[in-house]
Design a protein around this ligand. Structure first.
Ligand code: IPD
Ligand code: CA
Ligand code: CA
Ligand code: CA
Length: 280
């Protein structure tokens, strides 16, 4: 029996279905949410749309796969300690769905159309399916372990730039500003003069999908969580890119300080961050 197909539904098909349903609904709420709350800091926002998206996805996934485990951002107490603990509690599950119901909430709140739904499935701690959906552009990024990654049905391939000076790079500013913000600022100061330019567009999942698609050559950020990264990491890897922590160790679900790239500029980006003492 093929374990990835249950009741006629493949894992990937369910991930796609959830991401598109949630994404379409989120899009109708753009600039039209009802309640806005702060979580960990004044930079850490949540709306009823984040919660509603997570609820919709959770319900659909558990309908198809009632034995699977589920880890979604809005089901976890805010802050880095609680997030790390939630992952430790969940990561040994045979099948674990890792969901960011809106990656880019700040953009969503301001009507800036760059946010995504991120859904990953890990088998015994290893990501085997990753789907990132950008409803504003109706772009669906899909990766299956060992089977490549696709956008709009076309196989993705990372970019060919082999120098930082020819590369467009992205980064982000996390909600946990006490620890991560100073490090990200140092990294930014070091990378901006060396790279062609740097973008801070506000969705880690989309930044990684863009690395996979060759639209960016690299991305780094300090202080992320597994729901920001799990799907994007598989997209990058399956498109021929490299994904590590800031000390160069290969990605796993516990990584919070991430560097994703086309592989060719990876060492230069790591070295630049290291020289600026921006690696955490
Ligand atoms: C955030 C986004 C943002 C990144 C932050 C994340 P959220 O996720 O990915 O780009 O800079 O670190 O927390 O809260 O919008 O899901
Ligand atoms: Ca959030
Ligand atoms: Ca996120
Ligand atoms: Ca989120």
């Amino acid at each position: 029996r093929n374990d990835s197909v249950v009741g006629g539904k493949s894992f990937t098909a369910v991930a796609i279905n959830c991401a598109s349903k949630a994404g379409e609904w989120i899009k109708t709420k753009l600039g039209n949410y009802a309640s806005l709350d702060m979580k960990y800091s004044s930079h850490d926002l949540v709306t009823e749309v984040d919660k509603g998206s997570e609820k919709l996805i959770r319900k659909l996934i558990l309908t198809y796969f009632p034995d699977h485990s589920f880890l979604g951002e809005e089901g976890v107490e805010p802050g880095p300690e609680a997030s790390a603990q939630a992952l430790r509690n969940a990561r040994d599950a045979e099948y674990l769905w890792i969901v960011d119901p809106i990656d880019g909430t700040t953009n969503f709140v301001h009507g800036f159309p760059y946010f995504a739904v991120s859904i990953a499935l890990a088998h015994k701690g290893e990501v085997i399916v990753g789907v990132v959906y950008d409803p504003s552009k109706d772009e669906l990024f899909i990766a299956e372990k060992g089977k490549g990654a696709y956008v709009r049905g076309r196989r993705m391939q990372v970019s060919g730039e082999d120098r930082l000076s020819d590369s467009l790079i992205a980064t982000g500013f996390p909600a946990d500003d006490s620890y991560a913000l100073p490090l990200n600022m140092k990294g930014l100061a070091a990378v901006v003069p060396k790279a062609r330019n740097v973008r801070i567009a506000g969705s880690a999942a989309l930044h990684m999908a863009y690395v996979a698609a060759g639209r960016l050559s690299g991305f780094w950020e300090i202080g992320l969580n597994c729901w920001d990264l799990a799907a994007g990491a598989l997209l990058v890897r399956e498109s021929g890119g490299q994904i590590t922590d800031t000390s160069g160790r290969p990605f796993d679900l516990g990584v919070r300080n991430v560097v994703a790239s086309n592989g060719l500029i990876h060492d230069e980006l790591l070295a630049t961050l290291k020289s600026a003492e921006a690696i955490g």
